[in-house]
Design a protein around this ligand. Structure first.
Ligand code: GLN
Length: 545
């Protein structure tokens, strides 16, 4: 079968859940036996989303092949078995970068290089490439229709219907139908305006996903259908739900997947949705509850830790538990030494991060978790600080630090490797303290061998694993013996490169730090072993107290 294309645009305002809608559509089509893939086209100019501030843009999601991408790719991977990589996310900056390098090389033979056709052709090429081998490619256009930035992408997808044939292309538009309490009514005008905006650029949506807080009554669907030139059965209620994992089920109830396969003329089996029903049932009917503190810097924007939050929820699903997340700003502990706010907490997690703000606060919290036998999970920076804490307070190296935060320390337990073997590029890479921020990190999947009889091995139940990385600094092997003698052991090693990937304290109920980011590989259907084990240990502590 030639691939079919579904284009998803958004109107009225941002944050309506375009990424989740795309992911849920993928989940439904996959449950019908189709092979799906995704692509996110982002209108911003940044060439390297990896250097963007998580405060502004939410988490940077890392793929196996080491791409630093938009967090929507995380939704795609969590909701389907499609695996994302560099070709699944492009920004305007990357598209222009590609066109300008072609122009510099003389590929356009001196032609005037223009948005149409050169930029739009480049975009269409990227769309065709990603669809290779899939039955359906779901392409999400970032931003909101009406933004100047997204115009070249919208123009490219408009042209795409002509290129690929109308039976192979479907446009889905996500809008908002707000309930206005003072009028006691649902309002369709924003949707009408948003569709007009799309029509102006030549795109007639086939299906409208209407985000609302209640089911759309029949007369409202009639009105939207009339004003937007679509069938009433193509007006789909995208009702707010308590758990994001309900979205595929809600869409299915509204007949969305049926409508999609019918319009694209794809013959499939009935969807198998038992897995999604099970997850939603567990999320809604937990047998126990647990509270996890996330002690970090980006605690004011939940999107900064999107995958982490989801992975913790998955760990809860694996244990039939509801996980309450308590975000705590580590700077709190720089000024005071009261840990009262942990009284109601069953486990403590210190996530990844960059920059020196809040570092000493995190170290204090790690010490508190270690000394009070509270299950502790340190991820990337959290692992590095757990090593620092142990070196300082157990091994007696008072000035131990990561050279990221103290260049002059006599005991750099974490340090910048000037040379390292890059598994993605299959070559030795070099960097120095003042190399560019972009392109100097250990990124993507690396192998790791686990030591038997450790928390890590017990969680994974296998000797070798692959996990995703995104960091510059590493455990300093010079301190390995000293730390091991003092009770902090190394339980995971990256073979060949001899890099420490996991440390733990066997005498503690559950204390583990990993250099990689396990949260990127956790899925509701397949909760990550370390999150499963961490939540289990936290529940055990709660039940003991
Ligand atoms: N800042 C640390 C490093 O670069 C940790 C990065 C992270 O937590 N992702 O090594």
């Amino acid at each position: 079968m030639k691939p079919k294309f579904i284009f998803i645009t958004g109107g009225v305002l941002s944050s309506l859940g375009k990424g989740l809608s795309a992911a849920s559509i993928g989940a439904l089509l996959e449950s019908r036996g189709l092979k799906v893939t995704f692509q996110k086209l982002d209108p911003y100019i940044n060439v390297d989303p990896g250097t963007m501030n998580p405060f502004q843009h939410g988490e940077v999601y890392v793929t196996d092949d080491g791409a630093e991408t938009d967090l929507d790719l995380g939704h795609y991977e969590r909701f389907s078995s499609a695996r994302m990589g560099k070709k699944n996310n492009y920004t305007t900056g990357q598209i222009y970068d590609a066109v300008i390098s072609k122009e510099r090389k003389g590929d356009y033979l001196g032609a005037t290089v223009q948005v149409i056709p050169h930029i739009t052709d480049e975009i269409k090429d990227k769309i065709r490439q990603v669809a290779n081998g899939a039955d359906v490619a779901i392409i999400e256009i970032g931003g909101t229709v009406g933004d100047i930035e997204s115009l070249p992408f919208l123009e490219a997808i408009r042209q795409f219907k002509g290129d690929a044939g109308k039976e192979n292309v479907l446009y889905i538009h996500l809008t908002l139908v707000p309930f206005i309490p003072t009028a006691g009514q649902l309002k369709t005008k924003p949707t009408q305006h948003s569709v007009k905006e799309l029509l102006q650029i030549g795109i007639q949506p086939d299906i409208l996903l209407c985000r609302t807080d209640r089911l759309l009554p029949s007369d409202i669907k009639d009105k939207i259908a009339l004003f937007c030139n679509i069938g009433k059965d193509c007006v789909i209620t995208a009702k707010d739900v308590a758990s994001i994992y309900e979205v595929p089920l809600v869409f299915h109830q509204e007949g969305l997947d049926e409508k999609i396969v019918e319009t694209l003329n794809i013959w499939t089996r009935e969807p198998r949705l038992e897995g999604w029903h099970d997850i939603v049932h567990t999320v809604k009917n937990p047998t126990q509850e647990v509270t996890i503190a996330i002690v970090g810097k980006y605690v004011h924007l939940e999107d900064s830790y999107k995958s982490l939050n989801e992975a913790l929820i998955h760990g809860g699903i694996a244990n039939h538990a509801r996980v309450h997340l308590k975000f705590i700003d580590s700077e709190n502990f720089e000024k005071q030494d009261s840990f009262d706010m942990f009284n109601s907490v069953d486990g403590i997690l210190v996530p990844g991060g960059f920059g020196s703000r809040g570092i000493e606060g995190k170290i204090k919290v790690i010490r508190y978790a270690r000394e009070n036998n509270i299950p502790f999970f340190g991820i990337c920076l959290g692992m590095q600080l757990a090593v620092t804490e142990c070196a300082r307070h157990v091994c007696g190296l008072a000035d131990a630090h990561s050279s990221e935060f103290n260049k002059d320390t006599k005991n750099p337990v974490i340090l910048l490797l000037k040379e390292w073997y890059d598994y993605q590029k299959k070559s030795i890479q070099r960097r120095s303290e003042d190399s560019h921020l972009g392109g100097t990190m250990r990124l993507g999947a690396y192998p790791c061998e686990l030591k038997e009889g450790t928390f890590a091995f017990e969680a994974y139940q296998q000797p070798s694993i692959f996990e995703r990385h995104r960091h510059r600094y590493e455990f300093n092997n010079e301190y390995r013996d000293l730390l091991e003698k003092n009770g902090m052991i190394v339980s995971g090693i990256c073979p060949d490169a001899n890099l420490v990937e996991i440390v733990e304290i066997p005498a503690h109920p559950w204390f583990l730090g990993c250099q990689f980011h396990p949260e990127f590989k956790s899925r509701p259907m397949d909760p990550h072993p370390l999150f499963r084990a961490f939540i289990k240990a936290s529940l055990q502590r709660k039940n003991r107290l």
